[in-house]
Design a binder for this molecule. Structure first.
Ligand SMILES: *[C@@H]1O[C@H](CO)[C@@H](O)[C@H](O)[C@H]1NC(C)=O
Ligand SMILES: *[C@@H]1O[C@H](CO)[C@@H](O)[C@H](O)[C@H]1NC(C)=O
Ligand SMILES: *[C@@H]1O[C@H](CO)[C@@H](O)[C@H](O)[C@H]1NC(C)=O
Length: 222
């Protein structure tokens, strides 16, 4: 009885309660720099409403920088729900506003491959590989039925369905338990009666036999 309950609770709490899925930058290659005068670009990653993550190692274009996930700037960001974030790679500009490599809707559902990687490349701007293993675990669970479908229902009427399911599961579980208890009590009672009856019958039978053969309890002492 505990197993259906557990899986049910998981299902119930899953979509909105993705605790935290950290996103690492696995590799980055830039194909261009936007500053005309600067010798080395200052590249950073940022999601709207969050702090800038500077990537001090990324200095030259057409060079693949690979990261291990332990660098001081990691993780780049983390997803606390299935909602997308508006994120991008930028280059700091000393004179005007910062230049944009690319800005896009970054979503946990982007991480579809088994190893939790997501490659984002843009023309002659950059090629980046992100890593988010928690996103994949989440993704596979969600895409087990139609993913876009699940997304649509996810926030709207889904909770009321869940509530109804929850109530019926609770109700049927309680009924089942009560049923078990009643049945068990009845069985115990029947068993006791049966044993009493057999016990009495046994006594009567042995009494009869012993009387007939003349070897009752008293004849033993002879
Ligand atoms: C953003 O930076 C500020 C100051 O540097 C810091 O206090 C804050 O905790 C940072 N926020 C996050 C989400 O890292
Ligand atoms: C981007 O980088 C990844 C990993 O380094 C590589 O597999 C992929 O082919 C690259 N994509 C492009 C468009 O260069
Ligand atoms: C989800 O359903 C739509 C149409 O209902 C279909 O086009 C799409 O391929 C399905 N996606 C998956 C992952 O099954």
């Amino acid at each position: 009885m505990t197993i259906p309950w557990l899986s049910f609770l998981l299902l119930f709490s899953f979509p909105e309660l993705l605790l935290s899925a950290v996103v690492m930058l696995h590799s980055l290659e830039i194909y261009t720099t936007h500053e005309w005068f600067a010798s080395t670009p200052t590249v950073y990653f940022q999601c709207s409403g969050e702090n800038k993550t500077f990537l001090p190692d990324v200095k030259r274009k057409n060079t693949v920088y690979t990261f291990r996930g332990e660098e001081s700037f990691q993780p780049l960001t983390n997803f606390e729900s299935t909602k997308c974030k508006r994120c991008g790679f930028y280059e700091e500009d000393r004179f005007t506003s910062d230049d944009v490599f690319d800005e896009w809707e970054f979503c946990p559902s982007d991480f579809k491959s088994d190893d939790g990687r997501y490659i984002r490349a843009k023309g002659n701007e950059f090629n980046a590989t992100f890593l988010c293993t928690e996103c994949v675990k989440k993704g596979t669970l969600e895409s087990s039925d139609n993913a876009s479908h699940a997304h649509d229902k996810g926030n709207g009427m889904h909770w009321s369905m869940k509530l109804i399911i929850a109530i019926s599961v609770v109700a049927s579980t309680i009924l089942l338990i009560i049923g078990f208890i009643v049945a068990y009590k009845y069985w115990l009672k029947r068993k006791r009666q049966h044993e009493q009856a057999r016990f009495l019958k046994l006594f009567e039978d042995t009494d009869d036999i012993e009387d007939e053969l003349g070897i009752g309890p008293l004849s033993d002492s002879i």
